[in-house]
Design a protein around this ligand. Structure first.
Ligand code: CMP
Length: 140
């Protein structure tokens, strides 16, 4: 996946609350182009695989249970400087620390149920995008 791409999930809390449309609108208005998107639901095993990098963290088991608790939307987004600009748009992991106007400040319920995921590097964006989408399922 090209370096001008990032990967996002709209998490179960935001999906369940009916905030997916509002969040996607903010993403598009910030200049991101959606190049792949699907609604799906992770199994606990798949959530564990996606978040494997956190497997030693105390919150890992809860995170896997939470991320498989309901539907999500997975998407690949394109924009210059995508990873960094998207992390600015979503705000800090803990909504209590997120800047005003960011997606997490507006929609997140807690540090775990924090509305959206955003890749933290170009390398992880490529890995995470490929976790959900084959070449044939995305634009370019
Ligand atoms: P995300 O950006 O998807 O990356 C890892 C996720 O783990 C994070 O968002 C939160 O959903 C969750 N997370 C991170 N830190 C904590 C924490 N201290 N307690 C509970 N969940 C956390």
């Amino acid at each position: 996946m090209a370096a001008n791409r990032t990967f996002t999930m709209i998490k179960p809390d935001a999906f369940e609350a009916g905030n997916s449309g509002a969040i996607l609108k903010m993403i598009e208005e910030a200049g991101f182009k959606i190049v792949a998107m699907k609604a799906t639901q992770l199994t606990p095993e798949l959530a564990g695989k996606f978040y494997e990098v956190h497997k030693e963290r105390p919150f890992y088991a809860d995170l896997c249970a939470y991320m498989s608790s309901g539907p999500i939307i997975a998407a690949i987004l394109e924009k210059d400087n995508a990873v960094e600009d998207f992390r600015k748009l979503i705000g800090a992991t803990n909504p209590a620390d997120a800047a005003e106007g960011t997606i997490r400040k507006i929609f997140a319920k807690s540090i775990e149920a924090n509305a959206v995921h955003g890749s933290d590097s170009d390398e992880n964006a490529a890995i995470e995008g490929s976790f959900y989408f084959s070449q044939a399922e995305r634009v370019g």
